[in-house]
Design a protein around this ligand. Structure first.
Ligand code: UT7
Length: 324
């Protein structure tokens, strides 16, 4: 039996756009360096009144409208974020209240840039066991609020945003190679790599929020290896091959990582959805944001075979193969 079906997608971005040239006015960097090393040209930065919860709620509303379902039918909300509005309660509960569907399950998942992949798998598992009939899975971040704006090695890389999908529990008659739904997922973590990408603060350690710290070149090397390995693992498990894939929707950290990973699998660049140029790295939001962009511009269509993949702090990484 194929897993949960994706009924709709939505996304939201802060109003304010900051270009590389604008960034270069307050930190020692240049448009040329950022474009050449990352592919990023601009990012959206949350302004007054915009938080992870408001962006998540806007993305969720757009996904519900796209799916044509009412919020009252949502029994499960999982929100992937590393930048919650508050240390607790979970930002998912704020979104639940804003949508007016209180009473079901709502919680956050912390797996940083892989958060959406983790949340999607957990939601699919809960829907398969009958814990709920419909779910909202959201990736939402305001990384601008945990950046050290004097550290040029990190502050040029990230942006804010949110993406969401509506999932429906699988039914027994939805089976076969062409049946729509989540076909297979794999998740991994390697806690030994904790110090390559982390935030240097938190409630229990420093009683501060802290700032993002990253050893970029090391993360880059691990990302290419881990991502191509997990993609091969999902393909082997599900019986599909790389040539069956219509679209890859990767975590948008660096255009060079997207190219290198696709090349390792023999997937041509025209099958890879790229939004890093416009959105930069929006952590847990990047995969559902890119998925929504490519569905709304007509590239990803019903029946397409789509691979989602991401890697982030922890390290954590994962991939999901979905028939749209
Ligand atoms: O989302 C989770 C996963 N995250 C990632 O996957 C990120 C992975 N890493 C990367 O994308 C890349 O490693 C970076 C984009 C972060 C860095 O690119 P790089 O090609 O690995 O550059 P580098 O760190 O080796 O730095 C090269 C040079 C250094 O100068 P020197 O020592 O050669 O003189 C840096 O100081 O570039 C310098 N540099 C900058 N120059 C201008 C670093 N940041 C900047 C900057 N502007 N913003």
């Amino acid at each position: 039996m194929t897993g949960s079906r994706l009924l709709g997608t939505g996304s939201a971005l802060p109003r304010q756009v900051v270009t590389n040239a604008q960034l270069a006015e307050w930190v020692d960097t240049s448009d040329e360096w950022i474009v050449e090393r990352t592919g990023i040209r601009q990012r959206h930065i949350a302004g007054e009144g915009e938080t992870t919860a408001t962006l998540a709620t806007a993305a969720a509303r757009a996904a519900l409208a796209d799916a044509g379902v009412d919020a009252s039918s949502i029994g499960l909300i999982i929100l992937a974020t590393a930048t919650p509005d508050n240390t607790f309660p979970a930002t998912a509960t704020k979104v639940q209240d804003a949508l007016g569907c209180n009473g079901g399950i709502a919680f956050d998942v912390a797996a940083v840039c892989s958060g959406f992949l983790y949340a999607l798998s957990v939601a699919d598992s809960l829907l398969r066991t009958g814990m709920a009939k419909r779910a909202l899975v959201i990736g939402a971040e305001t990384f601008s609020r945990i950046l050290d704006w004097e550290d040029r090695t990190t502050c040029v890389l990230f942006g804010d945003g949110a993406g969401a999908v509506v999932l429906e529990a699988p039914s027994a008659d939805n089976a076969g190679k062409d049946a729509p739904g989540i076909i297979g997922s794999k998740l991994h973590a390697d806690g030994a790599q904790h110090d390559l990408l982390y935030v240097d603060g938190g409630p229990s350690s420093t009683q501060t929020v802290g700032h993002v710290r990253m050893r970029g070149p090391e993360v880059f090397r691990h990302a290419v290896v881990n991502l191509s390995d997990v993609l091969k693992e999902v393909l082997a498990d599900t019986g599909f091959s790389a040539s069956d894939i219509d679209w890859v929707v990767p975590h948008q950290a660096n255009a060079r990582i997207l190219d290198a990973t696709a090349r390792k699998l023999g997937i041509t660049p025209d099958k890879v959805i790229v939004t890093v140029d416009r959105h930069a790295n929006t952590s847990a939001a990047s995969v559902p944001l890119a998925l929504d962009v490519a569905r709304k511009d007509g590239r990803i269509k019903a029946g397409d075979l789509v691979m989602l993949e991401a890697m982030g702090g922890g390290f954590t990484w994962g991939a999901s193969l979905i028939r749209m």
